[in-house]
Each structure stands twice: as C-alpha cells, then as structure tokens.
Design a protein around this ligand. Structure first.
Ligand code: NAG
Ligand code: NAG
Ligand code: NAG
Ligand code: NAG
Ligand code: NAG
Ligand code: NAG
Ligand code: NAG
Ligand code: NAG
Length: 420
C-alpha cells in the first residue's frame, strides 16, 4: 500500500511538471505518450488505493498488465481487422492501407499459414492453428517476418520471395524502398498494381515496417477472438481489434457467386427446394456463425484484457455511412484519420463503376450491400436463418418469413444497433 501511495505521489508531481510544460491539458491529439500514460496510471491507482482495499491481488495484477500495454503506446498502434470472407474486409482494410506514410498494412498474411497447416493438420489429425496464427501475427506486428517465412511456399531464399500472397494489396510492400527493380526475364510477372517490382525482399519489408508508426493486419483466418488474448496482452504492442460482421444471408449469397464451383451443392438445393439439415455444408455454416457470435460475445462482454481494445462493426453500417464509420474506427484506434484515407473513401463509395473483379473494392457500397436480397433463393435464406438465428439476433439482422419481404426493398432487414 505504501508503495502505491508513493507511486501516486510521483505521478502527481510528474503530471504537474508535464502540465506546466504543455501549458494546457486538452484532448489535443498531438499530445502523445507520457501524459496519457500518467493520467491513466493516476486514475487507476487512485481507484484501487482509495478507501476500499477489497480488490484482490488478482485484480491488481490485471490492472498492472493493462498499464504495461500503455508503455509502448508512445504512438505505435497495432490494428487487427478480424473478419470472415465476403464481409467487405478488403474494402474496410483499405481504410487503413490508404492511411498514408505512417501505416504498414498487410493483407491476409495468414493465408500462407492456413494453406500449410491444413495439409499438416490433416496429416497429423491434430488442430494446432490458433497458437500458430497468433504467433505469426505477433511476429508481424513486431515487424519480424521470420515466423511467417516458415509457411511461405516455396521457401524464401535469403529472405526473398516472389510468392507473398496478394502483395499488391499492401501499399507499403509496393513502394520504395521495398519495391526493388525488376530483373529482366526473372519474376517479371510479380508486380504491384501501379508499378513493376522485383521479388519481395522480406528484410526490406521488415525495415519498412519498423520505420512506420502504425501497423494494421487484415485477416479472415482467426476463428476465435479468445485465442488472441496473449497477443493483446503483449506489453510491446498496443493492439486494437476491429471485428467486422455481415448478415450471414448476404455472406452466403456472395460466396455462391465468388466461389461458384464450391457452392454447387447449395445451388442444387435451391433448385429442388430440399436442404438436408445435417449436411456437412450446413453444419459448417452453423459452425462459422457460432464462431463469429462467440467472438463477438467475448468482445462485447468487455473482459479486462480487451478493455477499450475491441470494436464491433457491421458491414451494412459501413456501406450506409462509410465516412462516419471510418471516422469512428479511426477514433477507436487512436490514429488520426488522414486526408488520404478520407479521399480514398470518398472516391470509392460514390462511384457507379461496376466491380471489375470479385475482390474489387470499387463499388457503390450502399447499393451493393442490399443486392444479395435479390440473388439468394428464399429457401437458402431460410436455411441460414435456421442455423444462424442467434448470430443474426445478436447483430440485429431481421429474419424474413416470406420471399415477398426478402425482395421488398422498402423493408429494412437491419435493426439500428449500437455496439460499442
Ligand atoms: C494541438 O495543439 C497544437 C499546438 O498547441 C496545434 O498546432 C494543433 O492544431 C492542435 N491540434 C488539435 C487537433 O487541436
Ligand atoms: C470511499 O468509498 C465510497 C463508496 O464506497 C465513496 O462514496 C467515497 O467517495 C470513497 N472515498 C474516497 C476517499 O475515495
Ligand atoms: C467498499 O467495501 C464495502 C465493504 O467491504 C462494500 O460494501 C462497498 O461496496 C465497497 N465500495 C466500493 C466502492 O467498492
Ligand atoms: C511527442 O510529441 C512531441 C511534441 O509534442 C514530439 O516532439 C515527440 O517526438 C513525440 N514523441 C513521440 C514518441 O511521438
Ligand atoms: C535484401 O535487403 C537487405 C537489406 O537492404 C540486403 O542486405 C540484402 O542483400 C537483400 N537481399 C537480397 C537477396 O538482395
Ligand atoms: C517500455 O518502453 C521502453 C522504451 O520504449 C522499452 O525499452 C521497454 O522494454 C518497455 N517495457 C515493456 C515492458 O515493454
Ligand atoms: C449508390 O447507390 C445508392 C442506392 O442505390 C443510390 O441512391 C446512389 O445514387 C448511388 N450513388 C452513386 C454515386 O451512383
Ligand atoms: C413493400 O413493403 C411496403 C411496406 O411494408 C408495402 O407498403 C408495399 O406494399 C410492399 N411492396 C410490395 C411489392 O409488396
């Protein structure tokens, strides 16, 4: 207890000194690190060192862990955009990719891990995914590519690879100095969108990463938020998790288009109107919905390790109010919403230009978000509602009882919800 009071005292003194230096204490965003940390520390310590000593040792330890995470937050932020396929995560990822020169963004680096693990797990009949995904993410947030390198196939030579998945989706990996000149005749097909680059030198990527203040990773490959606890608690990181969700009926409709051949079974079911409830495909859909819901339940229950570090966002809200939602997300992450990001969003939410590819992010987002209602057969919408009911309920997606309602655009299937 004595030490606690001593710390409080030191904090107050320090705070006064800093306050003098700054002249003002305001929410001015250019104020960084130390002051915030001290204020945090102070409020926490006075909170627990007051008249009640009913806090357990465990609680104090938790508070301390929480405080550590402010150590590194001298500006560095680590954003994890957590989603599933067809939730608009490429689009939302761009909000951060386009931030500007202070951002190092990676698009689905875990693709490599998943591909290799799937084979290995099938061989060993053992599921090891969550810890490996987490360790690779941790490495990447710290600008260490070596844990990921083990999963890149073919194996990089001298830390150079022409095979990084969707390299062109990361601005940092396509600009100087990471973009090296193309060697004539070699790897010529590995280029970025705006320029030709030689194979990726991961050492250069790591150096670029270290030089940038903020790091963001988008992934659709983490199934359970809870498995990330050690990552979020890593004192070297200041992790913010944004979970992106979407109406599961829309996801199915979108997947049936994007991954057409994989969804032949569903198309057949839609044709003859019969869907076997215990089919593997239906069970997988249910599993996905359950995982998404359970992750959200963990996040929304605000456990101490996720305090102020979790945000749930619905794709539909982003489609309706892209600028406002982007602003909220940036505010949550503590990163200034840059003019470049703002401009990109403006450009890409107002265009009428049709999507040029299935991964394209150039869409009229509010229109796009409702299209599924006309493409999904009602039978399949019913199946989704049956197995994903609790998930839809949690996120505020209205069930429909007949096809007329499904395709009646003047009936909204979205309940207004505030999650955070
Ligand atoms: C913060 O304060 C600095 C100088 O005190 C000023 O230049 C800057 O515009 C302020 N920023 C905001 C967001 O108020
Ligand atoms: C002590 O706790 C009570 C509530 O239990 C609170 O009203 C009071 O302000 C506290 N006193 C101090 C000095 O923190
Ligand atoms: C303080 O402790 C008393 C008794 O131990 C308890 O009834 C009260 O709720 C506590 N107050 C706070 C603010 O924790
Ligand atoms: C903190 O802000 C000051 C100016 O307010 C700046 O000189 C310093 O470089 C900043 N430190 C970090 C770590 O961002
Ligand atoms: C990759 O970049 C590093 C850092 O500049 C350099 O030392 C290394 O030689 C490069 N590797 C290759 C194979 O060019
Ligand atoms: C806190 O920050 C300092 C300087 O940035 C660093 O050396 C130290 O390792 C950090 N402590 C922890 C626990 O991360
Ligand atoms: C985007 O779609 C919405 C909904 O259909 C429509 O109202 C709006 O005019 C479209 N915007 C542009 C720029 O085409
Ligand atoms: C669509 O729903 C609205 C509101 O419930 C209703 O007034 C309208 O008649 C419906 N349109 C069709 C074509 O069913």
């Amino acid at each position: 207890m004595k030490t606690k009071y001593a710390i409080v005292f030191i904090c107050i003194v320090a705070l006064v000194i800093i306050e003098k230096e700054n002249n003002i204490i305001s929410s001015n965003t250019t104020q960084n690190g130390s002051l915030m940390v001290l204020k945090m520390l102070l409020s926490k310590l006075t909170g627990t060192a007051g008249n009640n000593s009913s806090h357990s040792e465990g609680q104090e330890e938790e508070d301390l862990v929480d405080l550590h995470s402010y150590n590194y937050s001298s500006g560095h932020k680590h954003i994890l955009l957590l989603a599933t396929t067809r939730t608009g995560s490429s689009f939302v990822g761009e909000f951060f990719n386009q931030h500007g020169e202070n951002m190092f963004y990676l698009f689905e680096p875990l693709w490599h891990v998943e591909r290799m693990l799937t084979a290995a797990e099938e061989a060993n009949n053992r599921f090891v995914g969550p810890t490996i995904y987490r360790d690779v993410l941790q490495g990447l947030f710290l600008c260490d590519f070596s844990p990921l390198e083990k999963f890149i196939f073919p194996q990089p030579k001298d830390h150079v690879t022409p095979s990084l998945f969707r390299r062109e989706s990361s601005i940092s990996l396509c600009e100087e100095p990471v973009c090296t000149p193309v060697i004539k005749g070699v790897f010529e097909r590995y280029h970025c969108k705006t320029r030709q680059c030689g194979p990726l030198n991961l050492t250069l990527a790591s150096e670029s990463c270290l030089s940038k203040q903020h790091h963001a990773i988008k992934t659709v490959r983490v199934r359970q938020l809870e498995t990330l606890k050690p990552l979020v608690e890593d004192p070297r990181l200041d992790v913010r998790v944004i979970q992106l969700v979407r109406d599961p009926r829309a996801i199915l409709a979108s997947r049936m288009v994007a991954f057409s051949s994989k969804y032949q079974t569903w198309k057949a079911w839609a044709q003859d109107g019969q869907v076997p409830e215990d089919d593997e495909e239906v069970m997988r859909l249910k599993g996905n919905c359950d995982h998404i819901r359970m992750s959200a339940e963990v996040g929304l229950s605000r456990p101490p390790w996720l305090r102020n570090r979790y945000m749930l966002v619905r794709y539909e809200d982003i489609a309706r109010y892209p600028m406002q939602k982007a602003e909220e997300m940036y505010k949550f992450t503590g990163i200034p919403f840059s003019p470049q990001a703002r401009e990109w969003i403006l450009k890409n939410t107002q265009t009428t230009q049709e999507a040029s590819g299935i991964y394209s992010t150039q869409k009229n987002s509010s229109e796009q978000a409702e299209k599924w209602r006309f493409s999904i057969p009602f039978t399949l919408a019913q199946v989704v509602q049956r197995v994903c009911g609790p998930t839809m309920e949690l996120f505020g997606y209205r069930l429909v009882n007949d096809e007329k309602t499904l395709i009646n655009k003047s009936i909204s299937l979205l309940e207004e919800r505030l999650f955070n």
